[in-house]
Every structure is written in structure tokens, then in C-alpha cells.
Design a protein around this ligand. Structure first.
Ligand code: PMP
Length: 284
């Protein structure tokens, strides 16, 4: 695989980042994951806008222009022959040359890394036809989940708890209400209304969430942005999650309780179709 590191394109074995890099010693960095379908980037502008928002929130200088990121991503897609897959992008505060809690001087060069992950046929994932089973667990992440930082240890632990229980993923719960999934936004459907938590610092502002809610409203579906409990979710007609890499993924069981008839719901199925169709059309 050819990967990108600080303006170089190198075989992955040759790419290097310093042991002092703030991303490595302090999780001082942010990331994005952009999907590729048919060799084209999905929702590039949305991911770029959120990247800038995350960087600003942490006062990390943005070392590249939108055009630079786009050109680099396109080159990686081409060099690695990616038809379907994802591009991972990470920007850290860089290498101060030592370890210190204080930020390094302003002129420290941020580190930028990008790599591709090939996932042939990812839009036709068999899981989307049967749906995921999930568990719920207490949300123990930090309080600024709207910043897409690389400190992913708690979501990783929650994912492992789900796997140990034979489930596909976990929904995180705070004060009795679902915040989001380990790496996706969470939704339920009740009497035709799509319900998903309102935007705040409690959740990541999903780029797929924004697109899916727009398509739902355009299709005259009712949308309510508010939090919901696990009990309400278990009693819903449908549940699903959204993310750049899973698109719209139906949920068929929560903590062992079957949702609806235990099969993929019609709203989730329809939203997945619309999202994939529209995103492919708008891909660049
Ligand atoms: N919430 C969390 C915690 C996530 O990690 C992600 C995916 N990175 C999402 C939601 C979904 O965001 P997006 O649709 O932009 O991929």
C-alpha cells in the first residue's frame, strides 16, 4: 500500500512518524474517514468542513488547503487501485521533539497521515440485509465528542464488550439516554417518525447523519431530533445507525430484545437505498 505522510507518498513500510509526535504520546490529533465508491469520494466537502472545525476547536494549525487534501486523496485512490473502500486522514499537533503537556511553539509543523482501506463491494455488505445486534453500555468518553479526536480507547473497549457478548456494536448511554454508537450515530423509528439525538457536544456531528436527515425530509418522512432511552429504543418499530463506512446499517436487536419483527425495517432499507444512490451521484 502507498500511504501519505507529510507530503510524501511512500510504501507503508517506509512511512515514519516521530516517537515524540503529539498524536502518539497524547492522542493530540483529529481524523476523518471518507468513503470511496466506484473510485470516487463520498461527501468530501462535509468531511473537510468537520476536519477544519475539529482542528480549530483544538487550535491545531491546518497545514493543507481543501484542494491539497482532495488531490492527495485522489492520488491514493489511484495509486492503490481503490474501487470501494475508505480513506483515513489524521492530523496531529506534530513533533515538538520532546514530551511536554504545554503545546509546542506555533511554528511546529502538524503531522498529516492518510491511508486507504480497500473494501470491495462495501455498499452491498451482507450485514445490511440481516442487520446488526447491539448491546448498550455506559458512555465513559470525554465530554467533547463533537471534536473528532483520535482518542478512541473507550469506543474500542465498548466494541470489544459487544463482541464478547456476541453482538456487532454498542450504543453508549448517558443519564439514561442513548448518545450514539461506538463509531456511528443512533436512530429509532416509531410510528413512521425517525428519532435521533439532537446535535450538541454529547455526540459527533455525523456527516452521514446530516445527509440522511436531509434525504428523509426531502422524502416527506417525519424527523424528530431528541434523545431517547434504551427502553424506548427496544420498544421502537425500527432502529439503525449511520456512518461514512457503514452508510445506513439496520439494528435488529438491542441487549437481546428484538426490534420490531427482528428483520431489517422498511424505513432503514429505504434510507440506505436513497443515501447510496444520492451519494454516488454527488461523489467527486
Ligand atoms: N459518532 C461517532 C462516535 C463516530 O466515530 C462516527 C464515525 N466516525 C460517527 C458518529 C458517524 O460520523 P460520520 O457519518 O461522519 O462517519
Amino acid at each position: 500500500r502507498i500511504v501519505y505522510v507529510n507530503e510524501d507518498y511512500l510504501p507503508e513500510e517506509e512511512a515514519r512518524v516521530s516517537v515524540f509526535d503529539r498524536g502518539f504520546v497524547m492522542a493530540d490529533g483529529v481524523y476523518e474517514v471518507v468513503s470511496v465508491l466506484d473510485g470516487k469520494l463520498i461527501d468530501f466537502d462535509g468531511h473537510q468542513a468537520r476536519l477544519k472545525r475539529s482542528l480549530e476547536a483544538l487550535q491545531i494549525r491546518n497545514p493543507l488547503s481543501d484542494e491539497d487534501y482532495l488531490a492527495a486523496m485522489r492520488k491514493l485512490v489511484e495509486d492503490n487501485d481503490i474501487t470501494d473502500g475508505t480513506i483515513y486522514l489524521q492530523v496531529t499537533r506534530g513533533n515538538p521533539g520532546d514530551r511536554d503537556f504545554a503545546f509546542p511553539p506555533e511554528d511546529t509543523q502538524p503531522t498529516v497521515v492518510m491511508f486507504t482501506q480497500s473494501k470491495p463491494g462495501m455498499a452491498d455488505s451482507p450485514a445490511a440485509k440481516t442487520g446488526w445486534k447491539i448491546i448498550t453500555t455506559e458512555d465513559q468518553r470525554w465530554a467533547r465528542r463533537d471534536i473528532k479526536t483520535v482518542q478512541l480507547l473507550f469506543p474500542s473497549l465498548a466494541k470489544m464488550e459487544a463482541k464478547a457478548k456476541g453482538a456487532d456494536d454498542a450504543w453508549l448511554v448517558e443519564d439514561g439516554k442513548v448518545t450514539e454508537g461506538t463509531s456511528n450515530n443512533a436512530y429509532i423509528v416509531k410510528n413512521g417518525t425517525i428519532i435521533t439525538r439532537e446535535l450538541s457536544s454529547d455526540i459527533l456531528h455525523g456527516i452521514t447523519r446530516a445527509a440522511v436527515l436531509r434525504f428523509a425530509r426531502e422524502a416527506q418522512m417525519k424527523v424528530e431530533e431528541r434523545s431517547f432511552t434504551v427502553a424506548e429504543a427496544q420498544d421502537a418499530d425500527e432502529a439503525f445507525v449511520t456512518s461514512a463506512s457503514a452508510f445506513v446499517m439496520p439494528i435488529v436487536a438491542i441487549d437481546g430484545a428484538q426490534i420490531g419483527d427482528g428483520k431489517v425495517g422498511s424505513v432503514a432499507r429505504r434510507l440506505r437505498e436513497i443515501y447510496l444512490d444520492e451519494s454516488r451521484k454527488a461523489a467527486i
